[in-house]
Design a protein around this ligand. Structure first.
Ligand SMILES: [Zn+2]
Length: 78
């Protein structure tokens, strides 16, 4: 792997980290679905980044009416 590729990859990881941190800290009490207006629920989701030992546990909002059968837990590997 060339140095430029490594730098680009670490930049991507950093931006992903910032995104996940923003998602996990931003915790509005009640969010409403933009489509149907139902109160959104939160799905505990775990993210792992390659090369990092620690993953992120964040809660992704989903609409129980528009998406009545969400997976209970998903793991994303970036
Ligand atoms: Zn909805």
């Amino acid at each position: 792997m060339r140095n430029s590729d490594i730098e680009r990859n670490s930049e991507l990881v950093e931006s992903l980290k910032q995104f996940f941190n923003a998602q996990s800290t931003a915790a509005p009490r009640t969010s409403l679905c933009a489509k149907c207006g139902s109160i959104l629920r939160y799905l505990p989701t775990q993210f792992w980044l390659e090369g990092d030992e620690k993953g992120w546990n964040i809660r992704l909002p989903y609409c129980p009416d528009c998406h009545p059968l969400p997976v209970t837990k998903e793991t994303f590997v970036a």
